[in-house]
Design a binder for this molecule. Structure first.
Ligand SMILES: Nc1ncnc2c1ncn2[C@@H]1O[C@H](COP(=O)(O)OP(=O)(O)O)[C@@H](O)[C@H]1O
Ligand SMILES: [Mg+2]
Length: 305
């Protein structure tokens, strides 16, 4: 976790929680929301050598510009999507510092988990080595990543004594720094899945798991072994009811699929055209949806430090 000083109000504080930043009196970055009384005085108490990110009103920003000071770390918003990328610039290669497991799940099927997992895995490979795991037994993640994955059955016999060498043999290379485990035609046993996740941590900087819906005990097992869980959901009443009834993991980021939902951390816009293009090439999704995946990947990379 990146240690930060939080000088500001509730908005900045909740952004820091969303980004998984750790409040510290020995920060690597000072975050100061100058719109908030007392924030400037508090920020000034930290050593000058510690880099700053300042959230300022236009008239406050104009004062810095008048001084001739660099305004590259000055922003108008304390939103995680705004301050997150600024922190990534200040603290390079965050994903390398600690292996993280990210699980994608949902209260119901068909919400865009696999598409999101494939796109995040491709993008996160820019920050560090990524192992994508398809825990659904459908082979859909491999399809979107443009490769053929070896079936889970190849790992089943090894589950009790699984080692890194086994995973390396079974993993399919997808792109530089991106490999994939888990193909059709059967779901992995709970034992094989748990063993794979724990060994995967020793092989990659980031592990991205495409998991079944939360009602499946495999999804719960993945969530329990993850540092971050993304729960995708549609906005319709049946989906909201399913979400309300589901056992949501503690570290869940609720992601609205194709529409905003209550308590959503982010929303993935509906973008059939971008998906149509991606389907043709079995490639990454662009367009507005692609930009939303970019932003989510950046937030996960920060979260991984
Ligand atoms: N943002 C989106 N806009 C439009 N269609 C989407 C979006 N996300 C997913 N879909 C469509 O929803 C369907 C299910 O997606 P998929 O990733 O396979 O879901 P899951 O893995 O949750 O079952 C796919 O046909 C996909 O094209
Ligand atoms: Mg799927």
């Amino acid at each position: 976790m990146i240690r930060v000083a939080i000088c500001g109000g509730d908005e900045l504080r909740s952004s820091c929680v969303a980004l998984g930043l750790e409040e510290s009196s020995a920060p690597r970055v000072v975050l100061a929301d100058l719109r908030y009384p007392g924030a400037a005085e508090q920020a000034a108490s930290y050593p000058p050598a510690v880099p700053r990110i300042l959230i300022a009103r236009p008239e406050q920003a104009a004062c810095f510009a008048a001084l001739g000071a660099t305004t590259s770390r000055l922003t108008a918003s304390a939103d995680p999507a705004t301050i997150g990328p600024l922190i990534v610039e200040l603290v390079p290669n965050p994903a390398r510092e600690r292996t993280r497991v990210v699980t994608l799940t949902a209260a119901r099927g068909g919400v865009g988990r696999t598409l999101c997992a494939a796109n995040l895995a491709r993008r996160l490979a820019a920050f560090g080595s990524v192992l994508a795991l398809d825990a659904t037994g459908t082979g859909a993640l491999a399809w979107w990543l443009g490769v053929d994955a070896r079936p889970w059955s190849e790992l089943e016999v090894l589950a009790a004594e699984l080692r890194a060498e086994h995973l390396e043999l079974v993993a399919t290379p997808v792109a530089p720094r991106l490999t994939l485990i888990g193909g059709a035609p059967a779901v992995p046993s709970l034992e094989a899945l748990i063993a794979t996740i724990s060994v995967a941590r020793t092989l990659a900087d980031l592990v991205v798991v495409d998991a079944p819906p939360l009602a499946d005990h495999r999804a719960q097992a993945c969530a329990a072994r993850s540092d971050r869980v993304l729960v995708l959901s549609y906005a319709d009443a049946a989906s909201s009811a399913a979400l309300g009834a589901a056992a949501l993991p503690e570290s869940a980021w609720l992601i609205g699929s194709q529409a905003a939902i209550d308590g959503a951390f982010r929303v993935l816009p509906r973008d059939e055209r971008a998906i149509g293009d991606a389907l043709e090439q079995r490639g990454p999704t662009g367009g507005a949806l692609g930009r939303a995946y970019d932003e989510l990947a950046e937030l996960l990379a920060i979260d991984a430090s």
